[in-house]
Design a binder for this molecule. Structure first.
Ligand code: LLP
Length: 423
């Protein structure tokens, strides 16, 4: 029962001695993902939206174990690429639980997903451009289709993720009805309308923008239904935020759910939501070890083995992730300003800058909070840094879910000079 779980799990709530033993057993940098916490987040969201379909946005964290756990609780899976559809199918998830949202899809993505649909015609595709509808029809797709529309209202934690206002992601509203008619004429099974406001909706202003966004979607659903008949599904996307900084408060979930329902009161279609971050952010931590400590005139620099290739969000969005030293006596140590930086030769390679927390010494462990969403998924091998391992914690069990990349993995895809000559 999700109600008995607090809405937010802070980094301080993780058991430091368990994290230390995971780091000892699996080495650092290490992602730890707590499946019970993801389940609790799912159940809390499902309780707030009791009649809605919950399509988990796998881009936040596509680990197969996690997809299976969420599906077992009733989730469907929203996939942003052929690769995510592939992973969902590898996880054994059936077509009726797969939603593929095509954003400027390469032909090989469409071909892969249309083939998957031939094998399992219950799969649903969401198209955000007239071109995509036409290309799907040309590939012989006659299955379930949602149309994604740009509602003209965006909200989120950073300009880069307020996609609802951005023409890249969806049909312009004034092309929607025409495209819906065209899709039906081409033999596609138009089942729904889709829109996504952006990512990281948290405070009152953003919730107000979300309300305006849903109201806009409601109007557009009515326009489409008037033109082409009833729809099964109206997806208002994801975007449910979580607090990262200590001065942020948890999302007022019930208020958001009530406002969403109220705005859709006249819509006769099942509500679908697509949470990513909300389900997994606080289910994950990143463990890293300090290998270098250096005093400077302005701060103390703690050099660690995780950085922008392990957790990109601070470098890319200036995102703030809680940092906690895991030494057993850390709570008794003096609190000083420290900068935690990674092993990549770029000034952006920071976990945090000038942050006050108990002094860290070389060789000690740090935990980085809210790393379960958009953490591993945004890793890279820049500077030829192998990707970290992931450990899944499930009750009292802990198991390796994804091994650490090795140096030889880094060269695996390279075509050695001289072995294959391009004419
Ligand atoms: N549905 C669609 C169509 C989306 O594009 C996204 C996220 C979601 C659902 C899930 O959004 P969520 O509930 O997680 O906010 N890398 C960024 C976040 C990018 C989100 C992109 N789209 C970050 O680390 O903040």
């Amino acid at each position: 029962d999700g109600g008995s779980w607090p809405p937010v799990r802070r980094l301080a709530d993780w058991d430091a001695s368990r994290l230390r033993s995971l780091a000892d057993a699996f080495e650092t940098p290490l992602y730890v993902l707590d499946l019970d916490r993801a389940r609790a987040n799912y159940r809390r969201l499902a309780a707030a939206f009791p009649d809605a379909e919950i399509a988990y946005a796998a881009k936040a964290n596509g680990l197969v174990d996690l997809l299976r756990v969420l599906c077992a609780d009733g989730a469907t899976i929203e996939c942003a690429s052929a690769g995510e559809v592939y992973r969902a199918r590898e996880a054994g998830i059936p077509g009726d639980l797969i939603r593929y949202t095509a954003v400027n899809p390469p032909e090989r993505d469409l071909e892969y997903v249309v083939d998957a649909w031939r094998e399992d015609p219950t799969l649903t595709i969401t198209a955000g451009a007239w071109d995509t509808v036409r290309r799907l029809a040309e590939l012989g797709y006659g299955g379930r289709l949602c149309l994604r529309v740009t509602p003209g209202v965006g909200a989120g934690h950073h300009a880069a993720v307020r996609t609802g206002g951005d023409a890249t992601f969806g049909l312009p509203a004034d092309r929607l009805v025409e495209t819906a008619r065209d899709a039906v004429d081409r033999g596609l099974d138009l089942v729904g309308l889709h829109a996504h406001v952006g990512s990281g909706v948290l405070d009152a202003d953003q919730r107000a923008a979300h309300r305006r966004f849903v109201a806009r979607v409601a109007d557009l659903v009515t326009e489409v239904c008037d033109a082409t008949g009833s729809l099964d599904l109206v997806s208002v996307g994801g975007g449910f935020g979580v607090p990262y900084r200590s001065d942020e408060t948890p999302l007022a979930l019930d208020a958001l759910a009530n406002a969403t329902r109220a705005a859709l009161a006249d819509v006769d279609a099942r509500l679908s939501i697509e949470p990513g971050r909300y389900l997994v952010a606080d289910a994950g931590v990143l463990l890293t070890e300090a290998n270098t400590v250096k005093e400077t005139p302005t701060t103390r620099v703690v050099g660690v083995d995780a950085g922008m290739t392990t957790l990109l969000r601070p470098a890319l969005y200036d995102a703030s992730h809680a940092v906690r030293p895991l030494a057993p006596d850390a709570p008794d140590r003096e609190t000083i300003s420290q900068t935690v930086s990674g092993p990549v030769c770029e000034s952006a390679d920071l976990i945090c800058a000038d942050r006050s927390f108990p002094r860290v010494e070389r060789g000690e462990l740090l935990a980085v909070g809210n790393a379960g969403a958009y953490g591993y998924e945004m890793t890279s091998t820049y500077n030829a840094r192998p990707r970290p391992a992931t450990v899944v914690v499930d009750g009292s069990d802990a198991r390796l879910a994804r091994r650490r990349e090795s140096l030889s993995d880094l060269a695996r895809l390279e075509v050695a000079t001289g072995r294959e000559v391009v004419e």
